[in-house]
Structures are given as C-alpha cells and as structure tokens.
Design a protein around this ligand. Structure first.
Ligand SMILES: [Zn+2]
Ligand SMILES: [Zn+2]
Length: 376
C-alpha cells in the first residue's frame, strides 16, 4: 500500500465553476493527499451529463466554487490510512453514491439514500468538513457528491470508488457511473421489467438509450423509443427498440397506445421533464407504471389525471437506478466486456480541454448519446 503524508500537497487541473451561470475555467488547484478512508484517483475519462448542466445553471444548487463532473473512470494513485483493499494502478469507476454503512438507510439496505452521503452532497465536502482541494487564493473548492471528475486528479471516499476489470476501456467504464447505472438500473430495480413486458422510453439520450438496452437484456417484447431526433431513433433501434416514435411530428399519447394496444407496462421518462413524465403516465397500461428516471428541478411540478389510477397504475421514482455500485458496476463492466451491453455506439470521445464545447453541444442537442472527455 502507498500511504501519503497529509502534509504533501499536489497540484492538478480542474474545471472550476465560481457561480451558477458563469463560465467554467480550467484552473491549477492544490490537492491534499488522501486522508483516512480516502483514495487519490487519476481521472482518465469523464462523461458530460445533463445533471452537470443543471448545476451550471443553478437548477441543482451546490456550494460554490465547485468542480462538476460525476461520471468517471480512472486509476488509483494512492490510498489513505485504513484503505487496505485497493492497490495503486487499480482501474476504478467513481460513484456519486458513497456510503457510511451505519446510518438507518445503510442499515436498511438502502445505501443509495445514505444520510452521510446526503450530507457530503449538500456540503460539497469529502467528510462533512474538508473538501480535499483549494484554489490558488486559498478558498476551498467544493465537490460534486465525492466525484468532481472534471479534474485531472481527485480525492474520493473509498466507499464511492469501485474497482472494475481493467480490460474495459476507461471511456466505456466512465458511463457505468451514471448513464448506464441509471438506465439499466431503472429497468432492473425500479421497474423490474420481465420477459415479455412492453416498454416505452421517452427521451433517448445517454440514459434513455441505456433504459432501452436494459429492457432488451430483460427480454422485453416491445420497446418503443420516443425522441425528436431521427438519428437518435436510428441508434435506439440498433440498441434494441422495436418501434420508434418521432415526437417532433407524432403525438406520443396517441401513437404509443396504437402501437401497443392499451398502453405499455413500463413507461420511462428519461428526460427529466415534467411534461415527459405526464406523457409517460398517460401511455401506461392498466397495472403498469410510469418511471421517473430523469433529474427534475427542485421546483418542477406535474399534473396527472386521477381517474386512470383506478387501473392500478403506479408512478415510480428512482435515484441512480437504485443500484448498489459495488455490486452492479462490476457486473455491468462484465456485461460490457461480453458484448451483452453495447457501449461503443453510445460514446463520442473529446479532449478534456473541450469541456465548454461539449456542454454547448449538449445544450443545443447537437450530440448523439454521450460525450466523454478523455485524459491522456
Ligand atoms: Zn449523470
Ligand atoms: Zn449511510
């Protein structure tokens, strides 16, 4: 094991957000060595997700200054005291779901709602107090749920670091931290899609395409992909969609119940837009469920017809697909290595320095699937 003294401070580069609405600035920052129970990770690939844009816009409030990025893979550089199960050089995926293991949620087996992790997310720290890095002027930089991967190196809690098979390329592995975990996890844990079920997916971005893949792997009989972009719908078909609906020209609430008589067993909102969740509920068959996969703003509201509830329809919430990262991420890595889970088609690689352009393209809807920044 490599242990690093706390007094040693290294320098690294990070994209820093000073305030919502301002531009990200690539800055040299000072990084403390990993403390007890922490791991220093060299980031090798990090995906650009709509949730990052929510933070940039202030729709997901975070303490500032702040380093966004929450979907990443890298390699272990050093570990702090008490970390005896990870070696330097190990390939890892970072998870926004660290855990204490002892709070009520953890004890109940619902570690993705860990109270300690919620405190870290709210305070932007690694342990409730320290952030592990600071700006040249001495101000502490805040964390994105213990990941903050728009940086060349990061210190993360051990419980948010998941070792994976080193055979999987970093740019593919990064997606397992958010888009794939959220999409496939929503199918397996929230919806529990079974062989022969029918599914609709509204919004076929990085998460929605993985809902489609999850439904295909679960043996869904019909998978209806809904999006406004023809190229995206073509990719959705390649990944398992049996039917496509061009929402730019077709009414979802009319067309989906025509394609699948009576509606679908599972309708996913993979956008995180209230109107998409309302559409999902409206196309759900009796006994089925609408699953809210996207991340909504804190002031979003939905309006639903009450009468269809007599058909025992359900509205289901999920957070990061309800996954246990330490179980599900290595399993998804094995699925990817075996070819069962397709990742190559989902990825557009860009350089670390291209982050502002990647965000602009994401905002404008100019990109298919997921942009992944690759660090040499
Ligand atoms: Zn994300
Ligand atoms: Zn806990």
């Amino acid at each position: 094991m490599t242990e690093v003294r706390r007094s040693e401070v290294a320098r690294t580069r990070a994209w820093v957000l000073e305030a919502p609405g301002s531009d990200l600035v690539l800055t040299e920052v000072a990084l403390s060595p990993p403390g007890p129970g922490q791991v220093l990770v060299r980031i090798r690939a990090t995906g650009v997700c709509a949730s990052d844009v929510h933070v940039l816009d202030g729709r997901l409030p975070k303490p500032m200054p702040f380093v966004p990025g929450h979907e990443a893979a890298g390699e272990v550089v050093a570990v702090g005291t008490g970390v005896d199960d990870l070696d330097p050089g190990a390939h890892v995926v970072l998870s926004i779901l660290p855990r204490c293991g002892t709070c009520a949620a953890c004890a109940a087996g619902r570690a993705n709602h860990c109270a300690w992790a919620a405190d870290l997310a709210g305070t932007g720290t690694l342990d409730g107090i320290h952030t592990g890095w600071h700006l040249p002027d001495g101000r502490p930089l805040h964390h994105f749920n213990g990941v903050s991967s728009f940086a060349a190196h990061v210190v993360a809690p051990r419980s948010g670091v998941v070792e994976i098979d080193p055979g999987l390329a970093f740019s593919r592995a990064a997606l397992l931290g958010c888009a794939v975990a959220t999409g496939v996890g929503a199918v397996r844990n929230a919806a529990r899609v079974a062989v022969g079920d029918t599914v609709a997916v509204i919004g076929c971005g990085g998460v929605g395409l993985n809902v489609i893949q999850g439904a295909r792997m679960a043996g869904a009989h019909r998978i209806v992909a809904v999006d406004v972009d023809p190229a995206t719908l073509a990719l959705a078909e390649r990944l398992g969609a049996t039917d496509v609906v061009d929402a730019a020209h077709q009414d979802v609430r009319t067309v989906v119940p025509q394609l699948v008589a009576g509606g679908v067993d599972h309708a996913f909102d993979a956008i995180g837009r209230p109107s998409a969740l309302e559409d999902a509920f409206a196309i759900t068959a009796a006994g089925g469920a609408a699953i809210a996969v996207g991340l909504y703003a804190t002031d979003d509201r939905i309006t639903l017809d009450a009468f269809p509830l007599i058909g025992e329809r359900r509205l289901v919430g999920t957070y990061l697909g309800g996954v246990d990262p330490h179980v599900d991420v290595p399993a998804l890595a094995r699925d990817a290595l075996s070819g069962r889970l397709e990742l190559d088609a989902l990825i557009m690689e860009r350089s670390f320095e291209e982050l502002p352009a990647a965000i602009a393209d994401l905002r404008a809807g100019r990109t298919l699937a997921r942009q992944v920044l690759v660090l040499a």
